[in-house]
Write a protein that binds this ligand. Structure first.
Ligand SMILES: NC(=O)c1ccc[n+]([C@@H]2O[C@H](COP(=O)([O-])OP(=O)(O)OC[C@H]3O[C@@H](n4cnc5c(N)ncnc54)[C@H](OP(=O)(O)O)[C@@H]3O)[C@@H](O)[C@H]2O)c1
Length: 286
């Protein structure tokens, strides 16, 4: 298939470009190629590339920054998605929209695919609006929610903790937020499966299992050969942020299982693989 990948320079987009290359005819676009909040830019990209499917990874991903720039964040996440959904509908083109656990409020023990959205920060609201545009499409659509992503890109939690362990004796890490750490590599495999099979609906694409940021940091320490007891737990109130975070945003998955998607590795395996990759010297942003 001819596939257009938006956000192709971002953490997930660059991984999707690498993983789907060979199986499909890919074109990547990012902000430097044009701002997708402009419908004419989207029209131009469509007429230039004539895609059969779009994997929409481009987004405003600065969760705290979205509180300070709410209109820009809404335009990037909801407006650009609406533009893409319209262009897809006009041409009968499928759209795979990457979304987030932050569309949920974090109350309870986790969320199923069809649970009600109830975002508690502005970023989550912008992504939920994007989902609404996609779910209203007449052309085929997929919403793939993910969480706590790490992979080839500028900054992520795994790289940050690895770097801090190299310069500090002890770290205090938030223990009162629980979610599903996810490797961009494993998510890209899920996206490849969904797009190739043209499956429709809402899916939760994460690594298996869940933990807290504290638990994740301890696993990173283990993977780096450091004593995990150098990581101490703390409440989120110790690190005040502009955007409030959901307390428990575990994404439970049953839709992927129903369509026969291969099981995702555990988040611990994904962390170990990613640390090996960082140490291998192949990382584009080590
Ligand atoms: N990272 C996470 O932990 C996480 C968790 C859950 C869900 N997600 C979702 O996963 C997807 C991929 O996230 P990511 O971490 O790979 O994001 P990322 O690294 O921030 O990449 C997003 C890319 O989109 C580009 N972009 C932003 N606004 C644009 C616009 N108006 N027009 C065209 N391009 C634009 C960005 O360009 P600039 O860099 O130049 O701005 C960037 O290259 C997003 O939908 C995100 O909401 C991410």
């Amino acid at each position: 298939m001819k596939i257009l990948v938006t956000g192709s320079e971002g953490m997930l987009g660059r991984t999707v470009m690498r993983r789907l290359n060979g199986d499909h005819d890919l074109t990547g676009v990012d902000l430097a190629d044009g701002d997708l909040t402009d419908p004419q830019v989207v029209q131009g990209v469509f007429s230039g590339t004539e895609p059969q499917w779009v994997v929409h990874c481009a987004a405003w991903t600065d969760v705290d920054g979205a509180e300070a720039s709410p209109e820009e964040a809404m335009a990037a996440n909801a407006g650009a998605t609406e533009n893409l959904a319209r262009a897809c509908d006009a041409g009968g083109v499928g759209l795979c929209y990457i979304s987030t656990d932050y569309v949920f409020d974090g109350q309870g023990t986790g969320f199923d695919e069809n649970d009600q959205r109830n975002p508690i920060n502005h970023y989550g609201l912008t992504k939920a609006r994007g989902e609404e545009h996609v779910a209203a499409m007449t052309a085929p659509w997929q919403i793939v929610r993910t969480s706590w992503l790490f992979g080839d890109g500028r900054a992520n939690f795994v790289k940050t903790i690895k770097g801090l362990l190299a310069v500090k004796d002890t770290l205090r890490v938030v223990e009162d937020q629980r979610g599903c750490p996810t490797s961009a590599e494993d998510l890209a495999n899920v996206i490849g499966f969904l797009v190739s099979g043209r499956f429709g609906g809402i899916f939760h694409g994460t690594n298996a299992g869940d933990t807290t940021w504290y638990g994740l940091a301890r696993e990173i320490a283990r993977g780096c050969g450091a004593d995990p007891d150098r990581i101490a737990p703390c409440p989120s109130s110790e690190y005040p942020r502009a955007a409030v975070r959901p307390g428990c945003s575990i994404l439970r998955s049953s839709h992927l299982e129903k369509i026969g998607c291969p099981d995702r590795p555990s988040w611990q395996t994904a962390v170990a693989d990613y640390l090996r990759y960082l140490d291998s010297g192949q990382a584009v942003f080590p």
